[in-house]
Write a protein that binds this ligand. Structure first.
Ligand SMILES: [Zn+2]
Ligand SMILES: [Zn+2]
Length: 963
């Protein structure tokens, strides 16, 4: 028996075997360094426990390295950790109960950073457990970390290089900004985690009083009343029609299209194009002191960006919007930032100074109402972005920042993308449009725990010095540096450089790097290139394969691509497999608090890692589509794949016979020929599909093949496996050995456990020499072994059997009841196929009626004669008696004597008439109708008639003991 222990335990046993025997290490060492298949494992954050999304990526990233290793390539795999950035900072802030950024300064950046360092690898053991248990092979203990000094030094090198080549600029840019985390967020970060939510707020229409026309106001509409304090201008569309209306004794100006939104009675006095309003001045709602003498508070032309189907056709401009900032630059308007980096008011009505920006909405609203400047108040639902870390509503903010000029390399990004093979293909188009619309990349962050930006700036003359290595810093630093310099902010901020221009002291700028710059530098930084491994790098770049979920298309994949184009004008990876998202069964996001998904550990315990692996690999996730996780399907996969295979293996192991080989040279049995042909087609197709990174289709072919093997080949070959003719038995077993051996190799990348189980059983029989299937080479198909004639005829044979069984089913005659004859019309099959049909549908005779018909037909004689009935009973007896043998754990070599007793004359007659056949089928030497003195009698029923039986085993010796 294969499985005395649970499936889970068996898998665990194999994990120990692989570890004890260093099979993973050997699988790499045995391949030449000159023939690498390069794989980059993207670094995850270790700030939470691994979930299904991670498990999916473990599996995808394991399959292809295993496959290419078997194809003869050396595939080194090294784990990595993303250690920096907001995820870990947020956790530490919470742990330290820090509410605001300045509390970090109060605590000390050193203390805070060291606390982050101590927490960042908190969950690594949990990750290791899951990675191991899923059968993912990777060098885990020797992992690279983005906080390693060597890693950070490479990031410095990269930055210095692209700075020197003038791809970097310092600018002000309006970015989404979290006033709680006090850092800008990139559009990618916002889009990636879908941070937009519908919010319902009060929108207001306010009145701006024109200076040159008495009692006349422009109506402007906004959903963010707090921004009105910092208003600098109003924008209209100069080509659209506006109207002046009279309500009571006031004159109001609005775009004509939106007149129907006015709820008061009005009278139209005038209409004119927007251009009439351009340059006219109005009274600001709030007095703000600015230190520039730039002109503000007049009407500008906003062009077509001023929509005419929303609002009033008059846009209020402050710095807190992308369009606004564009207009501010275009018309050289004053920059008014009345909210500080904490989100509090710094300019405006004195009583409100220090208030949180969102609380100002209500204040502004009441104030304008009091001053009769509020025209309309409405409830308005719109989608608004929130910080994905702390859930604070984001604001636009114009900040000092460092950028990589993406516009300058866009063409090269697009051109080189043509060389990348995306799976699925259609992602390539999507990626193209991501590149097309990409803004410049803001690579600076106003945070703490990350690689410090290596930029020093002179206090006196603002000269900039960018440092590209620790040695360069050592040569330029005023202070003496320790040997193993840490490149985090709290250390390097204490280092100063003497200005080469004016001789003054230079300080490091306060920013740190965006952690995407770090993970995008992984191909170089993980190996401390170019400070080390220059030669290795030549053979290991670009990578052959990367894989992540779809959210990383615009993140890790994109950033890696940008950096490799900047450094080498080259793609960083050749093949990229993109996974979809795993959702809860009801299609919503998996959520720990809602408990809407089964614990992954429990799934593994119940069905094994292999079942989970092939469930994921066979799904639409591998075509970048989302999947609702269903335990029921995992269970079905377990039955249809794992259990079916295990049953095949059990059957194989039950046949006791020596001298089995995998010799299938010229098998003369038609079923052997068919399964050998099918296997070679399987090898051919799976190889092609694996080359195409299509595991969904690969899995489908496996499911089909295993079903064919179990329910057609083995089912119809049972007599040969149990045959007393040694040659017949050996040739069937040789064929099955050959099939199982090749199948174990084909399955090894997808389901490493069950393939190893099969392989080790073959090894026990002395059929294979190696210790593990994972040290084997990938099988090659043999065209000569594919007999298309056999495949075609067997297809027909199966069709005949299927339809005949349907006919039986319709007339409610069980298969065990032998029938007299079947007649096939319009079909020509050789005798060897007809023999299979006769056995499979249990008829005595088969007749062929030839003739010209479009489609063949089947006639089944369903008349059951007394003689046929006895034969049916005999079959039934054989089945029951073989079950009995099975319960006694007898092998086919155990001969028996059978004793029985029955009151039913028909059953007794069946025993008598079919004695020879029964004897043969149950390996009995004698059948005796007498049960006297017998203990442990077995009882069973045939058509409700009782049969009692006793098996006397002639030789208790089992095959192994005989040896
Ligand atoms: Zn935040
Ligand atoms: Zn200077």
């Amino acid at each position: 028996m294969v499985l005395k222990i649970s499936y889970n335990e068996k898998e665990m046993e194999l994990l120990r075997f692989w570890k004890d025997n260093k099979i993973f290490e050997k699988s790499i060492e045995q391949r030449s360094k000159d023939n690498p298949y390069v794989f980059y494992d993207g670094p995850p954050f270790a700030t939470g426990l691994p979930h299904y999304g991670h498990i999916l990526s473990f599996v995808t990233k394991d399959v292809f390295p295993r496959y290419w290793t078997m194809k003869g390539y050396r595939c080194e795999r090294r784990w990595g950790w993303d250690c920096h950035g907001l995820p870990i900072e947020s956790i530490c802030e919470r742990a330290l109960n820090l509410k605001q950024k300045n509390e970090i300064y109060e605590m000390g950046v050193s203390e805070f950073n060291e606390f982050c360092r101590s927490k960042v690898l908190w969950y690594t053991n949990e990750w290791k457990k899951t990675v191991d248990r899923m059968g993912k092979w990777i060098d885990f203990d020797n992992s690279y970390k983005t906080m390693d000094n060597t890693y950070m030094e490479t990031v410095w090198y990269i930055f210095a290089k692209i700075y020197t080549e003038e791809f970097i600029y310092r600018g002000k840019k309006v970015l989404f900004y979290c006033p709680r985390c006090e850092t800008p967020l990139s559009n990618f970060e916002i889009a990636m985690d879908n941070s937009y939510r519908d919010v319902t707020e009060q929108s207001i229409t306010v009145k701006f009083k024109l200076k040159d026309e008495p009692k006349t106001y422009l109506l402007a509409w906004t959903t963010t009343p707090w921004t009105l304090i910092g208003n600098v201008a109003l924008a209209v569309n100069s080509e659209r029609k506006y109207v002046k209306i009279k309500i009571d004794d006031e004159f109001l100006i609005i775009i004509e299209n939106q007149l129907d939104t006015i709820k008061h009675n009005y009278e139209i006095l005038d209409e004119f194009k927007g251009k009439v309003l351009i340059n006219r001045e109005y009274e600001p709602l709030y007095q703000i002191s600015t230190d520039t003498d730039k002109r503000g508070h007049f009407v500008i032309d906003g062009g077509d960006d001023v929509l005419f189907d929303e609002g009033t056709g008059v846009i209020h401009l402050a710095i807190y919007g992308e369009f606004d900032y564009e207009m501010i630059k275009k018309y050289d308007l004053p920059i008014i930032q009345h909210i500080d980096e904490h989100g509090n008011l710094t300019e405006g009505p004195r009583d409100w100074i220090g208030m949180w920006f969102k609380d100002l909405d209500e204040k502004v609203l009441e104030d304008l109402k009091d001053r009769d400047l509020l025209f309309e108040l409405e409830v308005y639902t719109h989608s608004y972005p929130f910080c994905y870390r702390c859930d604070t509503p984001l604001i636009y903010n114009a900040l000092d920042a460092w950028f990589i000029n993406i516009q300058q390399i866009k063409t090269r990004l697009l051109e080189t993308n043509e060389k990348i093979k995306w799976y699925p293909k259609e992602i390539s188009r999507r990626y193209e449009s991501i590149i097309n619309t990409a803004p410049d990349w803001c690579i600076s962050r106003n945070r703490f725990w990350a690689t410090a930006m290596p930029i020093w700036e002179c206090k006196e003359c603002t000269q900039i010095k960018v440092v590209g290595s620790v040695n360069e810093l050592r040569e330029n630093a005023i202070e003496d540096l320790p040997d193993n310099l840490d490149l985090h902010r709290h250390i390097v901020d204490k280092i100063h450089i003497k200005c080469s221009n004016c001789g003054e002291v230079m300080n490091r700028v306060p920013e740190v790097f965006d952690c995407w710059l770090e993970s995008g530098s992984m191909p170089y930084a993980a190996k401390h290139y170019p400070f080390e491994n220059v030669d290795w790098f030549k053979h290991n770049f670009p990578s052959d394969f990367v894989s992540e979920y779809i959210g990383q298309v615009r993140a890790w994949f994109y950033y890696m691509h940008v950096i490799s184009v900047l450094l080498f004008d080259e793609i960083p990876f050749k093949n990229v497999v993109v996974n979809g998202n795993i959702l809860a069964e009801d299609g919503t996001k998996m959520s720990k608090s809602k408990r809407n998904f089964p614990d992954p550990n429990l799934m593994i315990e119940k069905y094994g890692a292999d079942a989970l692996r092939i469930y994921l690999l066979s799904s639409q996730l591998m075509r970048a589509q989302d999947l609702n996780f269903k335990e029921e399907i995992v269970k079905q996969v377990y039955r249809r794949f794992n259990l079916l295979l295990i049953n095949v293996l059990k059957f194989y192991l039950l046949i006791d016979i020596d001298n089995i080989t995998m010799d299938i040279e010229d098998p003369d049995n038609i079923l052997d020929q068919w399964i050998v042909s099918s296997l070679n087609i399987l090898i051919r197709d799976i190889t092609q599909l694996m080359d195409d990174y299509d595991t969904a289709e690969v899995s489908r072919l496996f499911f089909n093949f295993i079903e064919d093997l179990s329910t057609w080949y083995i089912k119809n070959s049972r007599n040969r496996f149990k045959s007393e003719k040694v040659n017949e038995k050996i040739s069937a077993m040789n064929t099955l050995s050959y099939i199982l051996y090749n199948l174990s190799k084909l399955l090894a990348p997808l389901t490493p456990f069950i393939s190893e189980m099969i392989f080790q059983k073959l090894a026990e029989k002395g059929i294979v020499n190696l210790k593990s299937v994972h040290l084997e080479f990938w099988p090659e198909f043999d065209e000569k072994l594919i007999d298309s004639e056999v495949l075609k005829n067997m297809q027909l044979t199966r069709e005949v059997v299927k339809r005949s069984l349907e006919l039986r089913d319709n007339s409610k005659i069980p298969v065990r009841q032998v029938l007299n004859k079947v007649t096939l019309k319009g079909l020509n099959l050789e005798k060897k196929y007809l023999d299979i049909i006769v056995e499979a549908i249990n008829v005595r005779n088969i007749y062929i009626e030839k003739g010209e018909v479009a489609e063949f037909s089947i006639e089944l004689d369903t008349n059951i004669t007394p003689e046929l009935k006895l034969e049916g009973i005999a079959r039934n007896l054989i089945r029951h008696l073989n079950n009995y043998r099975k319960q006694l754990n007898l092998s086919t070599k155990n001969r028996i004597n059978l004793y029985f007793k029955t009151e039913d004359s028909e059953i007794a007659e069946a025993f008598k008439n079919h004695e020879e056949k029964i004897k043969k089928m149950i390996q009995a030497d004698t059948i005796i109708q007498n049960l006297e003195d017998k203990q442990d009698i077995k009882k069973f029923k045939i058509e409700n008639k009782v049969v009692e039986a006793y098996i006397e085993v002639k030789s208790k010796l089992k095959i192994k003991e005989e040896k």
